[in-house]
Design a protein around this ligand. Structure first.
Ligand code: ZN
Length: 308
C-alpha cells in the first residue's frame, strides 16, 4: 500500500509537470479524505465509534469520528509525500491541509466542550505539522476552509485567528482555500438555495485581506460569485478557480483564458494564479486529467493574450 501511494504521488507530479503546471501538489493520493486523512495522525480521536452528525450547518449528514481526549500528533503527517515531491521536481511544491474550522465541523467533540478551544488545539497541531513540511522544502502550505463560507461570523470572531496560529513562524508561502464544496449532490442542492448572487465572500474577504495569509483560493468558474468581490482581497495573491469541479464538461483553453481575463479586471496579473474551484477527489480520473490539462493550456493562452 505504501508503495502504491508513493507511485501514485510520483505519477501525479510527473503528469502535472508534463501538462505545464507551475506549482505541483501530491494530488492527495495518500489520503482517504481531505479531513480524515489528517485526523488519522492525531491522538485523542476515536475512529472506531463514529457518530452521525449534520455538518456544514446541517447541509448533510456524515459519519464522523469523536474527540475523546487531549489532541496530540502521533507522528509526522504527509512527510513522505512532501519528500517524494521535493526529491523529484525542481518546481514549487504545495501541500494542502484541512483548516481548523473545517476540521471541527467534521467531527464530534466529547472532550474539549468548546469549539474555539478545540479549533485552537487543532491549529497548534497544524502549525507543528506545517513547520515540519516547510523544513522538508515545501514552498506553499494551504489550509482548506470550506466551512468559512458557512459560518461567516465565526470567521471574523476566531477563524482568522485560528489560521494565524496555523502559520505562526512560517516563512514559506501560506494560503487558504474557501469554496462551495466538491460537486456532490448535497452541495449542489445547497447552492440552489443561495440565490442568484453568492455573496458569502463579501462578508469574509475584508478579514482575510487584513490577515497575514499570503494567498486566497476561491471559486469562480460557473459559480454565481460576483467577480468584483475579488477586489476586496487587495494586496493578496488570488488563486482564481477557472475549472468547475462540479461538472464533467471539460473547459476549453479559450474558456479558461477568458475567465482569467475577467479576473484580471479585479486582480493585478502578478497577484493572480489560475487554479481549480476545489479539489477533484470525487471526479473520474480521465476527467480530472483533462481538466488539469485545460487549466495549464488556458493559463498559457492567457499569458500570451494578456502578458500575465
Ligand atoms: Zn474546496
Amino acid at each position: 500500500m505504501l508503495d502504491a501511494k508513493r507511485d501514485a504521488t510520483l505519477l501525479w507530479i510527473k503528469t502535472q509537470e508534463d501538462a505545464g503546471v507551475d506549482i505541483l501538489t501530491d494530488g492527495e493520493q495518500s489520503r482517504q479524505h481531505f479531513v480524515h486523512g489528517f485526523l488519522e495522525y492525531v491522538e485523542g480521536i476515536d475512529f472506531d465509534h463514529k457518530v452521525k452528525m449534520g455538518i456544514r450547518n446541517n447541509r448533510y449528514d456524515a459519519m464522523v469520528p469523536v474527540v475523546t481526549g487531549p489532541l496530540k500528533l502521533k507522528g509526522r503527517v504527509h512527510q513522505s509525500e512532501a519528500q517524494i515531491m521535493r526529491a523529484h521536481t525542481q518546481r514549487k511544491v504545495k501541500i494542502t491541509m484541512p483548516g481548523p474550522m473545517t476540521i471541527i465541523d467534521t467531527l464530534s467533540d466529547e472532550y474539549y466542550g468548546d469549539k474555539v478551544k478545540l479549533a485552537m488545539a487543532f491549529a497548534d497541531l497544524l502549525n507543528q505539522k506545517a513547520r515540519a513540511l516547510q523544513a522538508d522544502g515545501v514552498d506553499v502550505i494551504q489550509f482548506d476552509e470550506p466551512a468559512f463560507n458557512v459560518y461567516l461570523d465565526d470567521v471574523k470572531a476566531w477563524g482568522v485567528d485560528a489560521l494565524h496560529r496555523c502559520i505562526e513562524g512560517l516563512t514559506c508561502t501560506t494560503a487558504v482555500h474557501i469554496c462551495y464544496g466538491y460537486g456532490i449532490k448535497a452541495n449542489l442542492d445547497w447552492k440552489e438555495t443561495l440565490g442568484g448572487a453568492w455573496r458569502q465572500y463579501e462578508e469574509i474577504f475584508p478579514a482575510l485581506a487584513a490577515s497575514r495569509i499570503d494567498q486566497v483560493s476561491l471559486e469562480c468558474m460557473n459559480a454565481k460569485v460576483p467577480m468584483h468581490l475579488m477586489s476586496l482581497l487587495k494586496g493578496k495573491t488570488v488563486m482564481v478557480g477557472v475549472i468547475d469541479v462540479a461538472s464533467d464538461v471539460i473547459e476549453t483553453p479559450e474558456q479558461v483564458a477568458a475567465t482569467i481575463g475577467k479576473a484580471l479586471e479585479f486582480v493585478p496579473s502578478d497577484k493572480l494564479i489560475p487554479c481549480t474551484n476545489c479539489g477533484m477527489a470525487p471526479v473520474a480520473r480521465s476527467i480530472a486529467v483533462a481538466k488539469r490539462n485545460a487549466l495549464a493550456a488556458g493559463a498559457r493562452l492567457a499569458r500570451s493574450l494578456y502578458g500575465a
